[in-house]
Structure formats: C-alpha cells, structure tokens
Design a protein around this ligand. Structure first.
Ligand SMILES: [Zn+2]
Length: 461
C-alpha cells in the first residue's frame, strides 16, 4: 500500500512534475543525431539523480551515446530494484506533419505533445517524480534503487550486450522494472510478459555487370529484380506459412490458458483493421486469430525494396542488381542464429541461375518470455489495479525490447514490463503525445508499485 503522504505529495506537485517532463522533452536526444544534446540530457538526468542522493556514472556502450547508471543503497538488507528506461528518441521526421515543434512540448486537449512524450520520456519522468516524492516525504526510498537509462535504444541498442556483460555486477538487483510498453486499450491496464525477437537482414541480388538493354538481352539474362521478387514470394506459401527450412522447429507454443485469456481481451479485428487503414487482416498464417499471429507466431516481412530504374518515364533495362531489407520476428524459443542460418539455406536453394545473392545482417535479438508470478509482478498487478481501478490484463508484445532479454540472460532477472503508453499516442509518428492524466497516474502507480514491492509483493495474492 502506498503511504498516503506520498500520494498527497504527488497530487500537490503536479505542476512541478509536469515541468520536469517538459524539461526532459526539450532535449533533442536523437540516437541517430549529434552527440551534444544526448550528452546534455545525460548530464541533466545525472544532476536530478544526484540531487536525490544517487551516485551516478555516465558510461557509453562502445563508442555510442552515454548510458546513465545510478545507484542508491538505502539499506543493504533490503531488496534492490533495477529501473530501466531510455532517454533517446526516434527522429521526428516528417516535420511538416507536426502541429507543433517536436522538441518544444505543448499541451493540447489534456495531453502533452512532443517527440518522446510516450516513448520513453513520459515514463522516465514519472520515475523521477515518484522517486522525488519518496525523497521529499520520507528522506529515503523504500528499497535500494538502481537506474539504467539508455541513450540509444531506438537504434537497436548497439553494443549493449557487451556493456551488460562488463557491468553485470554494477547492475545486479533482485528485480527489474521497465515501463517502455503500454496498455492494451485506453482503459485496460496491462502487463506485457513476452516479446518477439528479431533478425533483420538485407538480401542483395546481383546479375549482369551493368544495367543492360532489356530488348537485346531480355529472355537470355536473369533479371535481378524479378529474381528478388521470386525469392521474397517463395519465402511464404499460399497459407502465409514461412517456407524457410526448420523455421518453426523450436517454437514454444503458448499455453491453452494464455490463448483463452487472449480470446477474452477487448479486441475487434474489424476495428483494428480500420484503425490501420486496411480492409482485411491478410498477413501471417491463415486460420489463426490475429493476436496469435502478432504475439506467438514468427513472421517474414520485406521492409523495403530497391532495384533498377525508378525515375520518370520508361528506361528499358535489365538491372544489374536489386536488394530488399527483411525483418523476421521471432517467438519463444526461436534463436536468431538458427533463423539466420535457415535464411542462408533458403537463399541457396531458391537463387535462380544467372544471379548471385549476398546477405548482410543488421541486427538481431532473442525473443523473451517472462515469469508472471514473481513478487515484483504481483506488486505491479496490484499497483495497476489500485491506481487505474481495474485488474490488469496480461499481454504479449509483437515488437522487441532487446534489453529485456539481456536483463534476463545476463543479470538473471525477469523484468516486469509495467507500461503506460496508450495505443493512440502516435509513438514513432508525428504528433506523439501522452495524456497528462496518464502521466500523473503513472507516477502514482510507480510509487505504489515501489511500496508494494518493499512490502514483499502485492497484497499477498
Ligand atoms: Zn521505447
């Protein structure tokens, strides 16, 4: 249970906590951009944490943007909670679609508009607000706290695995919490307990040594664009099943109770299709409910394709090369290395004569499945129920948060994904926003979670 004085403090300091979030949003911390704003933001975060009594270190993964690592030991006999968030953001482009400057937060219709307001600075600021309330009211925290605020999550956390291996002692904890996730629907508090992994590859098909005349040579020379299209098409059969050899071999199917829970979620395929601007849900494997296709089945999707002549009018060529970027989303217990190998074998078997195929891998991450019965998980479920007035639903996510898997594999902790994002908040899109009420309730919920966790779980369910 949350001490009433903490709740009162958060209620009477809403303006201050909103200013905190606005300051954080003003740093244009693009992980793809220059270092300076990121360094300035890391220093700002370090300042806020030091003022609350944390010892803080700024440490980049490899040559990357700094990570903020902070630690406050209040009592070595108490458990330690590791908080992960990221303070970098996606590029704001296309800028002309924003109704206001992405890095000058504005409040409209009860929501704060800025890049990063939902993903992930809103939740990060809610942690600062929550910790600040404890510090101001009690002079301490209810448990030992470690913070890891990452500076380049949005570009796939390069170098983070090595960083975790190096800093494993420093990051050691009894439980971990991450709020880089969201509600299933606006009024449906949710905890995410599984995420898909990713293999991201670029397939390049090369043919003749230069673009050549499609009249003189068409019919004799293999066309790389045609060949690439055939390869991509062959990767799925008519029922939407991926044809890569052994692709489905290692999958751990969801438990029957999970499938039953998902079927009860407030989800409507037609409404979902309409919200995406499509008339039907034709992706993935025929005959499976769409939530299963998004959460517990793997995918093969071309993300982009280039090749040949794409300028105005006609240019009659057989192009010299073509390439496609491909993402494969993986589910428990698939392994990226095995899937990468499976793609290699598929390409070897499906490359027509007269062209060469080369393969480059850009990133990969393992899928993750988290325990749902830990004391921290119970503390989070009860906190959501207390603050949002409704027992949370347990959901999976189709995307990847690679750090979750690293925390599990390297630190030995199953994170609690206690997120507050809402489906309509335009994450990664123009006009990203976060409702102010959701922000303040997030801070209250995190404070309640901390109190529950310190008391050894939740209400003892
Ligand atoms: Zn994020």
């Amino acid at each position: 249970m949350l001490p009433p004085a903490i709740a009162d403090y958060l209620e009477t300091h809403r303006d201050e906590n909103l200013r905190l979030l606005m300051e954080l949003l003003r740093f244009p911390t693009l992980s793809t951009g220059p270092d300076e704003p990121t360094r300035a933001c890391a220093a700002w975060l370090a300042g806020k944490l030091r003022a609350m009594g944390f010892s803080v270190e700024l440490a980049p993964a490899g040559a990357g943007k700094p990570n903020v690592i902070a630690s406050a030991v209040v009592d070595p006999s108490k458990p330690t909670l590791l908080i992960y968030e990221h303070y970098d953001v996606q590029p704001p482009e296309p800028l002309n679609e924003w109704l206001s400057d992405p890095f000058e937060p504005v409040i409209r219709d009860g929501a704060i508009y800025a890049r990063g307001s939902d993903d992930d600075k809103g939740p990060l600021a809610a942690y600062l607000a929550c910790l600040g309330a404890y510090k101001a009211v009690t002079g301490t925290f209810p448990v030992n706290i470690k913070c890891f605020f990452e500076g380049q999550e949005e570009i796939g956390s390069p170098g983070l695995e090595g960083f975790f291996l190096e800093h494993a002692d420093e990051l050691a904890a009894d439980a971990a919490v991450i709020s880089d996730s969201g509600f299933f629907a606006d009024d449906v508090p949710s905890i995410t307990y599984a995420l898909r992994g990713l293999v991201y590859a670029e397939i390049t098909v090369t043919g003749p040594s230069a673009d050549i005349h499609s009249g003189s040579h068409g019919g004799a020379i293999t066309n790389p664009v045609n060949a690439l299209a055939r390869i991509l098409t062959a990767a799925q059969d008519a029922d939407g099943r991926v044809t890569l050899p052994g692709f489905y071999d290692d999958i751990l199917p969801p438990a029957p109770e999970e499938l039953a829970d998902w079927a009860r979620l407030p989800h409507d395929d037609a409404a979902y299709a309409a919200s995406m601007g499509v008339g039907a849900l034709g992706g993935g494997e025929r005959g499976l409910p769409s939530l299963q296709r998004r959460w517990s089945r793997p995918t093969f999707d071309a993300n982009g394709i280039v090749g040949g002549y794409t300028g105005p009018g006609a240019k009659t060529i057989i192009p010299a090369k073509a390439s496609a970027k491909v993402s494969m989303r993986l589910v428990p217990n698939q392994r990226p290395e095995k899937i990468a190998d499976s793609l290699r074998r598929f390409l070897a078997d499906n490359t027509p004569p007269g062209v060469q195929v080369s393969l480059q891998f850009h990133s990969n991450s393992r899928p993750v499945l988290l325990a749902t019965d830990s004391p921290a998980m119970t503390a989070a479920k009860d906190a959501l129920a207390d603050v949002f007035g409704r027992k949370p639903v347990m959901i999976r996510g189709g995307g990847s948060v690679p750090v979750t898997e690293l925390i599990q594999r390297i630190l030995g902790l199953d994170s609690v994904l206690l997120g507050f994002g809402l489906p309509g908040n335009n994450v990664h899109s123009p006009n990203e926003h976060f409702p102010l009420d959701q922000y303040h309730r997030a801070a209250l919920c995190l404070a309640t979670f901390l109190a529950n966790f310190a008391q050894g779980g939740g209400h003892g369910r």
